[in-house]
Ligand binder design. Structure first.
Ligand code: AMP
Ligand code: MG
Length: 397
């Protein structure tokens, strides 16, 4: 197979995945979840007309004369009488309005002597009253399908007395490392060995982006070890393997998976890093075979797995956070693959971005990836760029 353009690879992935089933969660569990139906208010808010200020409830027609204070309306405890001519009721913020009253005078505009008050200022009838239903009414749509719930949405739903919410299930993503050289973090690292850093990165990436990671550990570069690991795959929506998808003698996972039912949709994308990416269907599970170099697998995650997860979670095929930034240095012409350079942008006081990609670009290195805050995108055959030219960046922080 030749190299597939990035955009074709992305459409293949997005066409293959669909929204997951839904489940009911409590409001306390709803942070970060995506609403799978419009959510309506179970009550009217405020449920009653209420005072917006601390002061006195009066009849606007009476405000010229001294008024007699006949009672009090407190938040949570209303005044149960009816206000008559010449009367006022002491009232506080959030307290139910007093029947017969039509205006609240703020206490700063009132002088009080015993039971009598004199009003110094009130311009408008109806001042300082929150109307019943002024925020929302029973059965109004509070949250639309596809909204990712944050703290503000949760407050709104709580105010609407919505205790249970229908959300899309979280994608469950199995992650498998492959390689005879790999040991788990914290091991004694003998000669010829390195630490498995990709699985901890993917566990974090999946969790950070709303999925449930399932760690399958490390398979050795043998058919049996890989088979033993794939036998552990259950109840997952996505299977990600890392390493062993290139053309070396020990890059065997694709063949082993094919013997076990993998249907490959594409292998090799016109991108750098990340070229050897495999995508397909493994017995009903979406399969991503990521290359082992950490920056390569990261770039594959950002470009393909993240949009797939977004669609599965009901967020729609969310685009990447792209922006333009001014180059701080020259760049040579783009090559035959889209290059996602690890880069760092900063913003001046006007919010204008400038970017440098003068970081080591080896896909094996993690320090530049960890110290970058964007990927600078060099399109195929892009002409050489000068200092000051605008270039496309993908924000990754
Ligand atoms: P591969 O894709 O298996 O040829 O691996 C490419 C490079 O990535 C090699 O230098 C591997 O040692 C390294 N590598 C593969 N898997 C991991 C991993 N899980 N953590 C860190 N490095 C890895
Ligand atoms: Mg390997």
């Amino acid at each position: 197979m030749g190299l597939l353009p990035v955009s074709d690879a992305l459409s293949t992935v997005l066409n293959a995945v669909t929204e997951l089933k839904t489940e009911i969660v409590t409001l306390g569990e709803a942070l970060g979840r995506v609403a799978s139906a419009d959510i309506t208010a179970r009550l009217t808010q405020p449920p009653f007309a209420a005072s917006a200020m601390d002061g006195y409830a009066v009849r606007f027609d009476d405000i010229a004369g001294p008024l007699r204070v006949v009672g009090e309306s407190q938040a949570g405890r209303s005044y149960d009488g009816i206000l008559r001519e010449g009367e006022a009721v002491r009232i506080f913020t959030g307290a139910p309005m007093v029947s017969g009253a039509d205006t609240v005078i703020i206490q700063e505009n009132v002088s009080r002597n015993g039971d009598l008050i004199v009003i110094s200022d009130c311009k408008e009838k109806g001042s300082n009253i929150r109307a019943a239903g002024g925020d929302f009414k029973f059965d109004d749509v509070l949250i639309q399908t596809g909204t990712k719930l944050d703290a503000r949405h949760i407050a709104l739903l709580a105010a609407g007395n919505v205790a249970d919410i229908s959300v899309y299930k979280k994608p469950r993503v199995a992650i498998l490392a492959t390689g005879d050289e790999l040991l788990e973090v914290g091991s004694k690292i003998g000669a010829d060995k390195i630490v498995n850093s990709n699985v901890p990165m993917f566990m974090a990436l999946i969790e950070e982006n709303g999925g449930i990671p399932v760690n399958l550990g490390i398979a050795r570069d043998t058919a049996q070890s890989i088979k033993d690991k794939i036998a552990m795959l259950k109840d997952v929506d996505i299977f990600v393997s890392i390493g062993g998808v290139s053309v070396g003698d020990y890059d065997i996972i694709q063949d082993i998976l094919k013997q076990a039912g993998l249907k490959v949709s594409f292998w090799k994308v016109a991108m750098q890093p990340g070229k050897p990416l495999v995508f397909g269907d493994f017995n009903g599970i979406h399969y991503f075979g990521m290359p082992g170099n950490p920056s390569s697998s990261y770039v594959c995650f950002i470009n393909f797995l993240l949009p797939a997860m977004s669609k599965m979670m009901g967020l729609g095929p969310c685009g990447l956070k792209e922006n333009l930034a001014k180059l701080e240095h020259e760049l040579k012409a783009g090559g035959s693959r889209v290059n996602y350079m690890r880069a760092s942008y900063s913003e001046n006081e006007k919010g204008e971005k400038s970017v440098t990609a003068r970081l080591p670009q080896s896909s094996a290195n993690l320090s530049p990836l960890a110290n970058s805050n964007c990927l600078l995108v060099r399109e195929i055959d892009a002409p050489p760029a000068k200092k000051g030219d605008f270039v496309k960046i993908i924000l990754i922080e």
